[in-house]
Design a protein around this ligand. Structure first.
Ligand code: 13P
Length: 256
């Protein structure tokens, strides 16, 4: 089953509108390979500038979060309707930084996944264990539960279109990536958890790895059969590094 590789830059709380335009211009100049889908997820305030800078480019636009209602009295929130109107195709949902620093729960994540599909957006659902959970041997249980909770209500067609990112919390921004073998094992577990409820539709679901991916370890990560690309934080802020990571995905996965 062919799954087009996907590499997504999560810019987190970096880049003003002007800086976003500059980074996108640099990415556009770097002639990215055409057999990998590429997306960037700027902050809300830079989405409009980024969308304009991406006009007529194959690079897709995504957001880093959203609320699940279409509109209403929810001060400070941004809706799926607004993201779709801003030109987003993707929205990251349930990132560990949202769970850890902003109290996001599995119930919220579930609603956001459903709301994204309802508005024509593709959710990038993040799952992953914290260090203490890993040390206690609970990785498989945590990751399976997070996956099952967030996707239990999805149709098989939605499972096919869904993107999941396995991001072990202890590997995010720490310079300590999971080994390719370890990331591949957990990614396979996620695919099986998704498949149990979707009649095997998960054979087509793209599952990414995220957590300290750099040009140096990208080939090892993308060389794993279950891993269909990456969700890149720090290294996505640098056009040269991000391009090198996309090229590694192209070499390792582009001809499948
Ligand atoms: P780093 O690549 O900076 O570790 O961040 C990973 C991440 O959280 C992407 O969503």
């Amino acid at each position: 089953m062919k799954r087009t590789p996907l590499v997504v830059g999560n810019w987190k709380m970096h880049k003003t509108g002007t800086e976003a335009i500059r980074l996108i211009e640099d990415l556009r100049k770097s002639s990215l390979p055409s057999n990998v889908e590429v997306a960037v997820c700027p902050a809300f305030t830079a989405l409009s500038d980024a969308g304009s800078a991406l006009r007529d480019s194959p690079i897709r636009l995504g957001a880093q979060d959203m609320y699940w209602e279409a509109q209403g009295a929810f001060t400070g929130e941004v809706s799926p309707l607004m993201l779709a109107a801003a030109g987003c195709r993707y929205v990251i949902v349930g990132h560990s930084e949202r769970r850890q620093f902003f109290g996001e729960t599995d119930v919220w994540v579930t609603r956001k996944v459903q709301a994204a599909f309802a508005h024509g957006l593709v959710p990038i659902l993040c799952v992953g264990e914290r260090l203490e959970e890993r040390d206690a041997g609970r990785t498989d249980r945590i990751v399976t539960e997070q996956t099952e909770m967030a996707t239990g209500e999805l149709s098989s067609e939605q499972v096919v279109n869904l993107v999941v990112a396995y991001e072990p919390v202890w590997a995010i921004g720490t310079g300590r990536s999971a080994t390719g073998e370890e990331a591949n094992r957990v990614t396979g577990l996620i695919r099986r958890a998704l498949g149990r409820r979707s009649g095997g539709a998960s054979a087509q679901t793209r599952i990414l790895y995220g957590g300290s991916v750099t040009p140096d370890n990208a080939a090892e990560v993308f060389g794993q059969p279950e891993i269909d690309g990456g969700l890149i934080g720090g290294a996505s802020l640098d056009a040269g590094k991000f391009t090198a990571i996309v090229r590694a995905a192209s070499r390792e996965r582009g001809n499948l």
